[in-house]
Ligand binder design. Structure first.
Ligand code: FRU
Length: 485
């Protein structure tokens, strides 16, 4: 098993959704919680929140169980954490540090019910006390879950979004104190699948402006065209009561098979909008090859918005996602070339750690109808990503690094308009992270991403090649050296 170095994995046991993420401005630590079964490597109850901290979002300390259920058949399902700076809940003493007034809101699930519970921490997020009068929100539904809570300044209230999962509704509630909640509105998006899960609502800055827009993030499982579980996003407005999407339709947040239950950190505005997803898919998450742990997060991403051409006629506000790699991580340059002709003879580098960051910018003749540029990792057992000149689209192909499962889709793809056009040439940029058994590809500065796990790569050889001669404007490959768990 190739365990990721940058992306978080639990020390042992089963992991799914990220939840409860927040940033503590006093200790400068990022806190990550996760759906956790410490007693085995498949999803099962009793289900807990595990907990990890990081100073830079790349090197994690795993602290194990943070919150657990009362009965063995129950689970502390996905939820979120807010920092109650002004002690609106009244749960904290005057002496407490406002940056550490940590309140967790999560779904308490029994085999027949799902209601929202609250727990608070008096030690900055390491241990929790369950609120005495739980549940704080119960509508007596069996599938009502995954509260994501945030403070809405303009209307001075807490907002909770959560899923009435099998009625295809994102429910929006408001509260003055995190304890009493009033229903504001419901959002449904015209896409169904089987059920809605893990919604999010976050204000995201628009690049090169002082504007911000609201982005509603929604996880659907199963039933989107990629197969199994995946995330959509909608850009729109939110007045503290109702979310109105501006573009009508949602768009895939990632074009790979392993990107689900994305959630942002509760963090001060100057830290950016940072979040991460679970890098798996419910279609096969319980079957993927495992060590003493099973399941990984993605590398954290910073989100902004920018206008990008969806096609030559229409420019739309698009989510731009870029990987966050912490300052403590040292990277060795394995390759750094500019304006080089690339041919079918591969440029080859070998990494020691199996964690590699690459950045390839290339130009393709507008009229080319034949050719393929690819970055390949591994020799016989391998995974590759690249661009096809005829389709003018990007792909990830994991057929040679597969495991035997009918849902482990071999090939995924994404299409973006060129980054720029230089005379007869189209310029594209393909950045990527190979991290243990995870490949994340970021196209044209994060306009589209493709995240896929892979298995069975036997060596750490990375090669870049093209079936015809083309100009590589830039190619850089770095090896990640020192991340630890
Ligand atoms: C999404 C999800 C959530 C739920 C959690 C349980 O992956 O199904 O809806 O809270 O996992 O672990």
């Amino acid at each position: 098993m190739l365990r990721p170095l940058l992306a978080f994995t639990a020390a042992s046991g089963w992991l799914n959704d990220p939840c409860g993420q927040f940033y503590d401005a006093t200790t400068s630590l990022w806190h990550l919680y996760y759906q956790y079964n410490p007693n085995g490597t498949t999803w099962d109850t009793p289900l807990y929140w595990g907990h990890a901290t990081s100073s830079d979002l790349s090197t994690w300390d795993d602290h194990g169980v943070a919150i657990g259920p009362e009965n063995n058949d129950d689970g502390i399902f996905t939820g979120s954490i807010v920092v109650d700076h002004n002690n609106t809940s009244g749960l904290f003493g005057a002496e407490s540090d406002p940056n550490q007034r940590v309140v967790a809101l999560y779904t308490y699930a029994t085999p027949t019910s799902q209601a929202q519970h609250l727990a608070y921490s008096l030690d900055g997020g390491y241990t929790f006390t369950k609120y005495g009068a739980n549940p704080i929100l119960d509508v007596h539904e069996a599938n009502f879950r995954d509260p994501k809570v945030f403070w809405h300044g303009p209307t001075s209230q807490w907002i909770m979004v959560l899923a009435l999962a099998q009625q295809y509704k994102v429910e929006i509630y408001g509260s003055p104190n995190l304890i009493t909640w009033t229903h504001h509105s419901s959002f449904s998006c015209g896409v169904t699948g089987f059920q809605y899960e893990c919604p999010g609502l976050v204000e995201v800055p628009v690049e090169n402006s002082n504007d911000k827009k609201w982005v509603l993030i929604l996880a659907i499982n199963p039933g989107l065209p990629l197969g199994g579980s995946s995330n959509l996003y909608f850009v729109g407005t939110f007045d503290g009561y109702t979310f109105v999407p501006e573009q009508g339709q949602g768009r895939p947040m990632d074009f790979g098979k392993d990107f689900y239950a994305f959630q942002t950190f509760s963090a001060p505005e100057n830290m950016g909008v940072v979040g991460l997803a679970w890098a798996s898919n419910w279609q096969y998450a319980n079957q993927i090859p495992a060590g003493k742990e099973r399941g990984a997060m993605t590398v954290p991403r910073n989100l902004t918005l920018g206008y990008r051409n969806a096609n030559p006629e229409t420019s739309v506000l698009t989510l731009l996602q870029l990987a966050v790699i912490g300052s403590s991580i040292s990277q060795t340059v394995l390759l750094d070339v500019k304006n080089t002709t690339l041919s079918s003879t591969p440029i080859t580098v070998e990494s020691k750690s199996g964690a590699i960051v690459f950045d390839v910018m290339f130009q393709v003749d507008t009229n080319s109808t034949e050719g393929l540029i690819q970055v390949k990792y591994g020799s016989n057992k391998s995974i590759r990503t690249g661009f096809d000149f005829f389709a003018k689209q990007f792909f990830v192909d994991r057929r040679h690094s597969s495991f035997d499962n009918p849902f482990f889709t071999d090939k995924t793809s994404a299409s973006v308009e060129p980054l720029s056009v230089l005379g007869d040439f189209l310029v594209y940029r393909m950045q990527g992270i190979i991290d243990g058994n995870l490949l994340e590809v970021y196209l044209n500065d994060g306009e589209a991403t493709i995240t896929n796990s892979f298995f069975l790569v036997e060596d750490h050889i990375l090669s870049i090649s093209c079936s015809t001669d083309i100009v590589l404007l830039e190619a850089q490959v770095k090896e990640v050296e020192n991340a630890s768990k």
